[in-house]
Write a protein that binds this ligand. Structure first.
Ligand code: NAD
Length: 263
């Protein structure tokens, strides 16, 4: 299938590693020009070089902490300076710390909101006017299966990510008439540094080895394993494409069947 997005321009947030990087690479393989961003300059520029050598597309790496509004403003400004438009926005960030309600201070809550919710609001706020001008846009938010089924010990993630779903559905209503489509993807357990971090955390709490925890994490997934980043990226790229032209306001799991609810 030709996804029809060659020469479109995408900003992929938090994309030096993991799901963001896999999505950036997937878009580049479709001929999409990229801005990628993350905090660590060395890893970010290495990722840009990897994507360029694999796909020959243009990649603009911009150092950015997505929890800082002025950094996001700069990413969008540099993107417009280079490409003169933004067609696709992939909202993504690192995950907040693990823990239960009494483990967190109000400052922890503030940080989680800035990292996972406010970054999505800020990026969307910055790019939608450009998308509206061109009557074409795709916004894909990478959230978590926690928005379908709260995950034990992930109080911050369970709470903050739910706000993104309300934001996305409301944006999809408001900007559907401008052909700006907004959707959410919910990873279950996908093998990235985030899973390594969560597995180490769980191993320590349960007194198990890392390998035991990884096996456990795959065993209650109906398909019997942890997913690969490109399995999530495939959906992100499709939802970013011309072919997804009648899909908006949805929240789709990529979890091998892990979440147990009906919807
Ligand atoms: P990851 O830790 O492998 O990668 C996160 C990326 O975000 C890295 O490039 C990192 O440099 C960047 N990053 C982190 N904080 C940032 C910040 N403040 N500013 C800019 N860049 C920042 O994580 P991942 O597995 O790719 O997860 C991406 C998102 O999906 C996270 O929010 C995570 O919690 C969520 N998620 C992941 C899984 C999974 O199984 N991997 C499951 C559910 C939810």
């Amino acid at each position: 299938m030709d996804l029809g997005i060659k020469d479109r321009v995408a900003i992929v947030a938090a994309s030096s590693k993991g799901l963001g990087k896999a999505t950036a690479l997937g878009l580049a393989k479709e001929g999409v020009k990229l801005t990628i961003c993350a905090r660590d300059r060395e890893t970010l520029f290495k990722t840009a070089d990897n994507i360029i050598s694999e796909t020959s597309v243009e990649v603009l790496p911009v150092v950015c902490d997505v929890s800082k509004t002025e950094n996001i403003n700069n990413v969008v400004k540099e993107t417009i300076n280079k490409y003169n438009k933004v067609d696709i926005l992939i909202n993504n960030a690192g995950g907040p710390p693990t823990g239960n309600f009494l483990d967190f201070s109000l400052e922890d809550w503030q940080k989680a909101i800035e990292l996972n919710l406010f970054s999505t609001i800020t990026f969307s706020n910055e790019v939608i006017p450009y998308m509206k001008e061109n009557n074409w846009g795709r916004i894909v938010n990478i959230t978590s299966y926690a928005v379908k089924q709260p995950v034990d010990g992930l109080m911050l993630s369970n709470t903050v990510r739910a706000g993104i779903i309300g934001l996305a559905k409301t944006l999809s209503n408001e900007f559907g008439p401008y052909n700006i489509l907004v959707n959410n993807i919910c990873p279950g357990r996908i093998f990235t540094d985030r899973i390594t971090f969560l597995a180490n955390d769980r191993a320590q709490k349960l007194g198990k080895s890392f390998d035991e925890v990884i096996t456990d994490m795959g065993s209650d997934v109906p398909v019997g394993r942890i997913g690969k980043p490109e399995e999530l990226a495939n959906l992100a790229v499709f939802l970013s494409s011309e072919r997804a032209s009648y899909i908006t306001g949805t929240t789709i799991l990529v979890d091998g069947g892990l979440a147990k609810g009906l919807m």
